[in-house]
Design a protein. Structure first.
Length: 264
């Protein structure tokens, strides 16, 4: 029984040639099949693992318990955890891998059925006191070790509805009021997710179609965001405007008394 198949494009041996791998070659499953009709997409081992009989056998409570015990035993080994962590870091350090995975996740999360399934899984998981205690311990350890860093509160992170649109912060809603009441400019709120050239994703707050301007209203300008903003502005068509704390203070000083419903 064969464990691997060989990619007809790059010659890489894989258990299966899936959507993520084909994205690296700018191909779909259909184009790959038409170009390499004699090559298999899945190995015999992979086909067996995905067979109905095997899936049924894995779905029994006994199989779940056995798999859970084996996984717990494996992850209790610090050397194994370190090897897995280093492997993941090396993989995600590659921009092409981050780009492909970002595209895959964007495609997956557009599926409402996937949303529903993940919600059910999370509800079941969080109903376990063991899971909750592990999460609490992990967060506490992160705080103590300094890995969990908090930022200063800007007073803007309060999500609420405005004109039928759920906006994430008071600053964003006040900016929308300025556009509506003072400038009478049509806008779109978070209309698009961009996959950046370094593989990360970014969704700007506003787009002004009549002006061709993307606007980000940001209360805390940390180094990570500023790097992302630089990548975004270098690739986006049109103008990009960043309203940080200083710019917002000016807007508030000038516009607040003229805007109805301004939020402090």
């Amino acid at each position: 029984m064969d464990s691997f198949v060989t990619c007809g494009v790059c010659g890489l041996k894989l258990g299966q040639i899936n959507y993520a791998h084909l994205r690296l070659h700018n191909m779909t499953t259909q184009t790959y099949k038409s170009q390499f009709p004699d090559l298999k997409l899945r190995s015999e081992v992979c086909n067996y693992k995905n067979s109905v009989e095997v899936k049924k056998a894995k779905s029994t409570p006994e199989a779940y318990a056995k798999a859970s015990k084996a996984l717990s035993l494996a992850w209790s080994n610090s050397e194994l955890r370190e090897r897995a962590s280093n492997s993941a870091k090396q993989r995600w350090a590659k921009p092409d891998v981050r780009l492909v995975q970002s595209g895959v996740m964007l495609h997956v999360w557009e599926d409402l059925a996937y949303h529903t399934k993940m919600s059910e899984i999370m509800l079941v998981a969080m109903s376990s006191s063991l899971v909750r205690s592990r999460i609490s311990k992990g967060v506490l350890d992160a705080y103590v070790s300094g890995r969990f860093q908090t930022t200063k509160s800007s007073g803007r992170g309060k999500g609420a509805w405005y004109n039928g649109i759920y906006m994430r912060s008071t600053w964003e809603r006040n900016f929308a009021r300025i556009l509506d009441q003072l400038f009478h400019v049509l806008y779109q709120y978070e209309p698009k997710v961009f996959v950046l050239s370094d593989g990360r994703t970014y969704r700007p707050d506003f787009y002004l179609p009549s002006l061709g301007i993307w606007v980000e209203v940001k209360g805390w300008l940390d180094k990570v965001f500023l790097q992302k903003w630089d990548v975004f502005t270098s690739m986006v068509e049109g103008c990009a405007l960043l309203i940080g704390p200083e710019q917002y203070k000016v807007l508030e000083l000038v516009c607040r008394s003229f805007v109805v419903g301004w939020e402090p």
